[in-house]
Design a protein around this ligand. Structure first.
Ligand code: PMP
Ligand code: GLN
Length: 382
């Protein structure tokens, strides 16, 4: 007989992304729900990875990642954000950002420690903190604009606060923190012992001439920060599950203690392939323009509906207010939209503690133009 299972995550079900993608497939809907591109990555990247495999680079790599990839990551961060991370002691290659965030939390959070999340937040943060035995402290981003409210963050800080998780460019709202906001965060944390986990997976998707304000740009902030990024987002390969963490040596050392016993190492040929592909900065430097064009195409089509468009400053997400279109709650509306209109979206309530509903849903525009056009034709009925 199976012993009684006392769940460590009693409130967790299947993620909304899996649920909506499943429903979209079942109903033949255009899937603008789960965030992933429906177009292929650069064939040169596939070539570089295949080449590594055929060259026999198929055994365990070093625990921290292959040196050429760590060197390439360190060089990119230095060029873009001006901070030098030592590739030997301060950069670790991870199995995607999801593993990086969990590992960082497990490395620093002791049972009973408080961790601040800014709601709405990506759905893995809260269960990650709970698995570490931490106490989740939820601070709302400003309703309507989703900008950080430093008075509220300040009020949430306590002697038991171990860390705060920040995500800019922000999933789901698409806001991008300004230089001034990052400085305010730096000043607020300066007198504390609080670590920052800076989820920067959308670092190369910022629009209208904005610059991504990486925590690496702010020397005092960087001293306390795990910077997390994901090649899945940057190179259109979400299924490869590869990313990295950059953090000061002492923090990286603790990170690696956990990392070596939850994944140990990450896919060798993909690491070598990425390292050679990164020699050309064009693909990530051109990403803002690539996605801005798709954002504009999608927004222009949505103007012809009764959805109210929220700003999309970065990421590959566009949020809309559904109030003028429907009286349904967000989640019910997304089910209805998928089933009856044939377009899948994600309710913003999925990024909050249970119960909060502001009548906003999220679309992903990382899609072929024809996919976006088809979705827009269907949405035009609204
Ligand atoms: N953080 C955020 C904000 C994300 O949107 C995602 C992508 N779903 C992740 C982390 C996880 O990235 P990865 O696929 O590399 O694990
Ligand atoms: N990051 C993507 C999103 O927010 C996908 C996440 C997932 O499938 N877990 O839609």
């Amino acid at each position: 007989m199976t012993p009684h299972l006392d769940s460590r995550l009693p409130k967790v079900g299947t993620t909304i992304f899996t649920v909506m993608s499943g429903l979209a497939t079942e109903k033949g809907a255009v899937n603008l729900g789960q965030g992933f591109p429906d177009f292929n990555c650069d064939p040169r990247l596939v070539h570089d990875v295949t080449h590594a495999m055929t060259e026999g680079l198929n055994q365990y790599p070093p625990m921290t990642g292959v040196p050429v990839l760590r060197d390439a990551i360190a060089a990119k961060i230095q060029n873009l954000y001006g901070r030098r991370y030592d590739p030997v002691t301060e950069i670790t290659v991870t199995a995607g950002a999801t593993q990086a965030i969990l590992t960082a939390i497990l490395a620093i959070v002791h049972p009973g420690d408080e961790v601040i999340v800014l709601e709405p937040c990506y759905d893995s943060y809260v269960p990650n903190i709970e698995l570490a035995g931490g106490v989740v402290v939820r601070v709302p981003l400003t309703p309507g604009t989703f900008r950080p409210d430093f008075d509220k963050i300040s009020a949430a800080l306590s002697p038991r606060t171990r860390a705060i998780i920040v995500n800019s460019p922000h999933n789901p709202s698409g806001t991008v923190w300004t230089e001034d906001e990052m400085r305010q965060l730096q000043d607020l944390l300066a007198p504390t012992n609080v670590f920052l986990i800076s989820d920067e997976v959308y670092e190369h998707m910022v629009f209208d001439g904005r610059a991504h304000q990486s925590a690496a740009r702010f020397p005092e902030l960087a001293e306390r920060t795990f910077i997390v990024s994901s090649f899945g987002k940057t190179y259109h390969v979400t299924g490869w599950k590869i990313g990295f963490v950059a953090a000061p040596a002492a923090m990286s050392a603790e990170f690696r203690k956990v990392h070596q016993f939850n994944v140990f190492t990450v896919n060798t040929p993909v690491q070598f392939g990425l390292a050679s592909f990164m020699a050309d900065p064009k693909p990530y430097l051109e990403l803002p323009a690539f996605y801005q064009r798709k954002r504009d195409l999608f927004r222009e089509g949505l103007q012809r509906t009764r959805f109210k468009l929220l700003p999309s400053e970065g990421t590959y997400f566009q949020c809309v207010d559904i109030s003028a279109v429907s009286d349904l709650k967000e989640a019910e509306f997304c089910m209805w939209l998928t089933t009856e209109i044939g377009v899948a979206a994600i309710p913003l309530s999925a990024f909050y503690d249970a119960g909060f509903d502001q009548r906003v849903v999220r679309f992903c525009f990382a899609k072929k133009d024809e996919t976006l056009q088809l979705a827009l034709e269907r949405l035009a009925k609204l």
